[in-house]
Design a protein around this ligand. Structure first.
Ligand code: ADP
Ligand code: MG
Ligand code: MG
Length: 250
């Protein structure tokens, strides 16, 4: 049951070609890890999949669920249809409380699913439950989105968004970077709690560490805008041992 099928995807920024033919197929229930050196195009791939306007798709195709053309949907439609990206660098939004931001996003998603919208009181209950599940205290609710949050708190907030939105496809871009071991475990627990047979997860990570806590079904290595190797979890262990030097043999 294919959830996401990326075929020969090419994309550029300001006429610089970054993605040079990416292929990846994610079935429901699968976790795919994408690893690779800095600058290989991992974040670019995640942003192209959610429709970030800075990136121009110059070739290839991306189908979602029953063959829908993902690239044909506006970014907000992709979100409403269950595509979620946790950014490597989450943005701060001043003047908007976390609770209001999350309720708006969740209600849009519920609308797309034909479910009724939460009123603020109802949502408060739902939020409280999910927040404790990702180890966030309730005082984050009324603070502006990500403002003054530490790196670890921003990452937990992204996992909270994911837990609330229940996306079909979750893309996590280096959600592990900068986390101490406790925050890492909380984030991993949030991801593992979200994971089920219906959804798919694309986990972008530079290090093997996160994969000790979230077990991938497939590991892909990206280099210079392409996936150059794919394998099982053992590929990540091999990288941990030998690094990326196989990409530049001497
Ligand atoms: P990774 O996430 O694997 O570290 P990125 O996708 O962030 O790699 O970057 C891949 C390449 O694309 C890098 O050379 C980077 O400088 C370039 N790039 C990415 N986004 C932009 C952008 N918005 N403007 C200019 N160059 C970009
Ligand atoms: Mg990087
Ligand atoms: Mg990146």
């Amino acid at each position: 049951d294919v959830l996401l099928n990326v075929k020969n995807l090419q994309a550029s920024v300001d006429d610089n070609s970054i993605l040079k033919g990416v292929n990846i197929c994610v079935r429901r229930g699968e976790v795919h890890a994408i690893m690779g050196p800095n600058g290989s195009g991992k974040s670019t791939l995640s942003k192209v999949l959610v429709g970030h306007p800075a990136y121009e798709v110059t070739g290839g195709e991306v189908t979602y669920r029953e063959g829908e053309d993902l690239l044909d949907l506006a970014p907000e439609e992709r979100a409403q249809q269950g595509v979620f990206l946790a950014f490597q660098y989450p943005v701060e939004i001043s003047g908007v409380s976390n609770a209001d931001f999350l309720r708006l996003a969740v209600n849009k998603r519920r609308g797309a699913l034909g479910e009724s919208e939460y009123d603020p009181i109802e949502f408060f209950g739902v939020l409280g439950e999910k927040m404790s599940s990702v180890g966030m205290s309730m005082d984050f609710i009324n603070r502006d989105v990500n403002s003054g949050f530490s790196g670890g708190e921003k990452k937990r907030n992204e996992i909270l968004q994911m837990a609330l939105l229940e996306p079909e496809l979750a893309i996590l871009d280096e959600t592990d970077s900068g986390l101490d071991i406790d925050a890492l475990k909380t984030v991993a627990a949030g991801v593992n709690a979200y994971k089920n047979d219906e959804n798919g997860i694309v986990l972008i990570t530079h290090y093997q560490r996160l994969l000790d806590y979230i077990k991938p079904d497939f590991v892909h290595i990206m280099s210079k805008g392409q996936i150059v190797r794919s394998g099982g979890p053992e590929l990540a262990l091999e990288l941990e041992k030998d690094g990326y030097k196989f990409l530049n043999p001497v």
